[in-house]
Design a protein around this ligand. Structure first.
Ligand SMILES: N[C@@H](CCC(=O)N[C@@H](CS)C(=O)NCC(=O)O)C(=O)O
Length: 216
């Protein structure tokens, strides 16, 4: 199986997919697209032909392209079911997807590069105001996730149950982003404890931004 991942070391959406690939022990070719250089390589005609959204990640599997990190992670889970990233029962699957989606749909999009660039450029906001914006939306999302993890974690080391699921795969990159904008994590002791445990696991370590070939 030939896999190529369009990625960027600091992209938290690509980080999710790198974690899923590592958990499943799948080798892949890393195809970095620099999100800042020359106005952003993700906007080049060549890359737009791969992903018309002009976003990373995109995964090419034997020439077939899958976009959107959640769709990619679920695709990987379906073509390579072990270890499973979703629980077997419908309620468990829904709970895990709800936590992953809280990150993917409700926190991360408000902190995406093009959104922050628009705030800084067209809306003339300062770096400090933009950082404040980021912290505000992460705080709001983390407050809810803290409750969801309290409800769903069985061991205080995973978002759901006592093994790694997609909720964990999505949480860790968001926590790393939160640290980058110097968000105080002390109101979220459960999220912090889960992240510390997960970040010690080999698959999460291999996927971290600093470990990527394009890391600066
Ligand atoms: N919902 C998408 C989000 C992808 C996304 O926003 N990627 C960011 C990097 S984390 C990106 O490519 N940003 C480039 C830009 O905004 O121009 C997913 O989960 O894959």
């Amino acid at each position: 199986m030939a896999l190529r991942l369009y990625t960027y070391w600091r992209s938290s959406a690509a980080y999710r997919v790198r974690i899923a690939l590592a958990l499943k022990g799948l080798a892949y070719e890393s195809a970095p697209r620099h999100l800042l250089r020359g106005g952003g390589e993700q906007r080049s005609a060549g890359y737009l032909a791969t992903n018309p959204q002009g976003l990373v990640p995109a995964l090419e599997h034997d020439g077939h392209v899958v976009t959107q990190s959640l769709a990619i992670c679920e695709y990987l889970d379906e073509i390579h079911p072990q270890p499973a990233l979703l629980p077997a029962d419908p309620r468990g699957r829904a709970a895990v997807r709800a936590m992953a989606l809280a990150v993917a749909c409700d926190i991360h999009p408000l902190n995406n590069l093009s959104v922050l660039k628009y705030l800084r450029g067209e809306l003339g906001q300062s770096d400090a105001a933009v950082a404040r914006w980021s912290r505000h939306w992460i705080d709001r999302g983390f407050a809810a996730l803290e409750q969801l993890v309290a409800r769903n974690s069985a061991d205080g080391r995973h978002c759901y149950g006592s093994s790694v699921t997609l909720a964990d795969v999505f949480l860790v990159p968001q926590v790393v982003n939160a640290r980058r904008v110097e968000l105080d994590l002390s109101p979220y002791p459960r999220l912090a404890a889960v992240a510390v445990h997960l970040e010690s696991l080999p698959a999460f370590r291999a996927a971290r931004p600093e470990a990527q070939p394009d890391a600066e």
